[in-house]
Ligand binder design. Structure first.
Ligand code: HQG
Length: 153
């Protein structure tokens, strides 16, 4: 019997939920957000990540480049930093954004991440189209064992 589109969506491992990422996200979920390679994290949700998790020198030591993902381990979960552009005043290209999201999927597979929470990555200060962002994340995680929740305020 063919499934309706909503049933197909229900079975997908990607969902959106209204709520503050740092309050509503299940405590065991890993987290992900976007930053620039200069690790400035001086605006937007990156400021909250920096104040909550610190680890700037740990991230620096990983010497990740644009299109790659650095991460910290905090309280048994992973905090992923998608490097989507060189400098804080740049905006990410689609290519770099997509490379970073697929690197995130690779890491989630490798590390066995079952739950991953993120904000509307790239769609705020970085001005990427929200539908584009959601489709990139959905496609990158298609068939993965990671349940992705995108939180929005
Ligand atoms: N607690 C919360 N719970 C849930 N959602 C929350 C939230 N707090 C904010 N949001 C929303 O989550 C979306 C994306 O939040 P952002 O706009 O920050 O991220 P972005 O990925 O577009 O941009 C990243 C670059 O911006 C930064 O600063 P600079 O580049 O240095 O200038 C970095 O360094 C990067 O490079 C926006 O809708 C926010 O409303």
């Amino acid at each position: 019997m063919s499934s309706t589109s909503s049933e197909i969506h229900e079975r997908s491992n990607f969902e959106e939920l209204q709520g503050d990422l740092f309050i509503a996200s299940p405590p065991t979920n890993s987290l992900a957000h976007c930053i620039s390679a200069d690790l400035k994290m001086e605006r937007g949700i990156a400021v909250l990540f920096k104040s909550k998790f610190g680890g700037v020198s740990e991230l620096q030591e990983q010497s990740k480049r644009v299109g790659e993902v650095a991460y910290l381990v905090r309280d048994g979960k992973y905090i992923f930093y998608l490097i989507t552009k060189e400098e804080y005043f740049h905006k990410p290209t689609h290519e770099d954004f997509e490379r970073a999201v697929s690197d995130l999927r690779r890491l989630c597979d490798e590390l066995g991440v079952s739950g991953l929470s993120m904000p509307r990555i790239g769609a705020g200060l970085d001005k990427l189209d929200l539908d584009y962002v959601k489709s990139v994340v959905r496609n990158a995680f298609d068939g993965s064992n990671t349940k992705v929740t995108m939180f929005y305020l």
